[in-house]
Write a protein that binds this ligand. Sequence first.
Ligand SMILES: [Zn+2]
Length: 177
Amino acid sequence: MNCPYCGFTDSKVIDSRDVNDGIRRRRQCLRCDSRFTTYERFERASLFVIKKDGRREEFNREKLLTGIRKACEKRPLDSNTMSRLVDDIEAELYQMGKAEIPTRVIGDIVIARLKSLDHIAYIRFASVYRQFADITTLKEEVDSLAGDTIKHSADQLPLLPMEELPVQAKTTRRSRR
Ligand SMILES: [Zn+2]
């Protein structure tokens, strides 16, 4: 790393600390004494997503976050929680150690994580991913979630718009199915 001020090729490290996913180094040029900062990060192998139509595209964290934001719209989840969720999903994907991952697999991971976080967001996301073959499958899933959080018999559950379904947002209990 050349000095950004004079272009000299050598510098000494005067401070070094760990930051999120790498190391931040404070350096001083050995010729002009200017100080500058460098960041060293782990280089990740690139990850490709295989779409349903067979096209490959580089994994895009922003796209994933956008999809999750949409599903979580007006839900009591702050942006930090969503950002952490994306971090976790990203880490899980890289830990699979594969160069290519089908969108379906990513969708399933998101769905599983949303399910334990917020039922409404989960249903929305899963619907977009066509997780439910038809409205009956969707209703069965909503019923099983609702039946698990509140003691309601299935036939009492009205098919209202998502927002009005009496599903508890912050339940820690999971579906028994
Ligand atoms: Zn310099």
